[in-house]
Ligand binder design. Structure first.
Ligand code: ARG
Length: 456
């Protein structure tokens, strides 16, 4: 017999039973569902809708069910459809008819909205810890490599010399913004929809605030239709997760490139690489690749839920049952990725010499040569043109800008003096960029200090 079976003359078709039931996946919400019911029962008791004694029996029954589920002693029933009705049914089986009063003034519509908010709130907290660990590791790596010179790129062509610390600190900024987005999502999701009922609230004198506070919410939702049909919080989470995955993916893509034989900027630890079943020499950066690949799943989760929600009239519609698997998948994926990327970074070896060699070649100091001229009064655009021609000349000769003699420079323009070579030395090019946000070791060290503060 269904909990909603009263108005039905026939049983649910077996195909439909399987099709519409969500217990196979929403059982993941058992704890949130039970704690939500405990708060609801306690509140029903304290406002006098049921007696305190009835409330206590329910609460004890619910807590015993929680323990049994955690101990693996509960089998859920597909016939009871979802986690909400499974728990309610179990409760009534265990404590008798008083269990049937639990659903007073409540609907599965506000119940499921509540459960998902509670679930996401704790997963956001968990994700924040993992992301903070990743940021911390990146900060430590950066601290070690303030003077590890490397080429910076635009268009994947060598651009200007920077340091490995500066490069990794760019990711720190991205991940700190992701952290901020997570905190922001949490703040907005933290209002309780309980009391919205099916869609029009209830005539019972529920104390919504009491239940909300017991569950750690900052307040209650202010419109019952919105309370049951809002999934913005899940979408915000998925959007935040997608952006974070995009950042992880870009970083992983660089690790993949840097670990090629052509670059050799980094060497992945054996523990975070895999081999080939045919090519004996292979050591592949599979972990980084897979993180890059998993980004697609999380985008898919976001787009799937956006699409589910886009045409839904108010208020609850069964379509919304499709929110959970997307959210669960994204939570699992981002947490696994964060968990594996952090030690992968920690264990990789940074090849300082290869990076420094890369920083030197490819005329990465050409801008500094033009700047040198501009500082001596040559209009920058003219200096740019002239340096362009010097680059062309040097590249034909197969030498760097620093390899051309002073007399040859002076033949081009009398403004060149002995100090030129100091100005276009790779180290100097980096050290002189002390501008806020720039790559000089002292600026990056300051960036690390400020970012560490952002972590607490
Ligand atoms: N299993 C449902 C879901 O996940 C719970 C809410 C069902 N409400 C309803 N009126 N059918 O959305």
């Amino acid at each position: 017999m269904k909990l909603w079976g009263g108005r039905f003359e026939k049983t649910t078709d077996a195909l439909v039973e399987d099709f519409h039931s969500s217990i196979s996946f929403d059982q993941r919400l058992y704890k949130q569902d039970i704690l939500g019911s405990v708060a609801h029962a306690r509140m029903l008791g304290s406002v006098g809708v049921i007696s305190e004694e009835e409330a206590n029996r329910m609460i004890n029954g619910l807590m015993a069910i929680l323990e049994d589920i955690q101990a693996g002693n509960v089998e859920f029933e597909i016939g009871a459809e979802d986690i909400h009705m499974n728990i309610e049914k179990l409760l009534t089986e265990r404590i008798g008819p008083v269990g049937k009063k639990l659903h007073t003034g409540r609907s599965r519509n506000d119940q499921v909205a509540l459960d998902l908010r509670l679930y996401l709130r704790s997963e956001i907290d968990e994700t924040k810890i993992l992301l903070e660990e990743l940021v911390n590791t990146l900060l430590n790596i950066s601290e070690e490599h303030l003077e590890t010179w490397m080429p910076g790129y635009t268009h994947m062509q060598k651009a200007q010399p920077i340091t490995f610390a500066h490069h990794m600190m760019a990711y720190v900024q991205m991940f700190l913004r992701d952290l901020d987005r997570l905190k922001d999502t949490r703040k907005r999701l933290n209002t309780s929809p309980l009391g919205s009922g099916a869609m029009a609230g209830t005539t019972f004198p529920l104390d919504r605030m009491q239940a909300a506070l017991e569950l750690g919410f900052d307040g209650v939702t202010l419109n019952s239709l919105d309370g049951v049909s809002d999934r913005d919080f899940a979408l915000e989470f998925l959007a935040t997760a997608s952006i974070m995955m995009m950042h992880l993916s870009r970083m992983c893509e660089e690790l993949v490139i840097w670990s090629t034989g052509e670059f050799q900027f980094i060497t992945m630890d054996d523990g975070y690489s895999t081999g080939s079943s045919i090519m004996p020499q292979k050591k592949n950066p599979d972990v980084a690749e897979l993180v890059r690949g998993k980004t697609g799943r999380v985008y898919g989760d976001l787009v799937a839920l956006l699409t589910v929600m886009k045409g839904l009239p108010l208020a609850y519609n069964k379509d919304m049952q499709e929110d959970k698997e997307q959210v669960f998948d994204a939570v699992d994926t981002i947490q696994k990725c964060l968990l594996v990327v952090e030690p992968m970074l920690k264990t990789m070896v940074v090849n300082r010499e290869a990076m420094a060699r890369g920083a030197k070649g490819g005329f990465t100091n050409a801008t500094d040569l033009a700047d040198y001229m501009a500082k001596k009064g040559v209009p920058f655009r003219e200096a740019h043109e002239l340096v362009g021609r010097i680059v062309l000349h040097c590249s034909k000769k197969g030498i760097g800008l620093e390899d051309m003699g002073l007399s040859e420079y002076q033949g081009i323009s009398p403004i060149f003096e002995e100090d030129l070579f100091g100005a276009i030395g790779i180290e100097h090019c980096v050290r002189a960029r002390k501008i806020t946000g720039g790559p000089s070791p002292e600026t990056v060290a300051e960036g690390i200090r400020v970012s560490r503060e952002g972590l607490v």
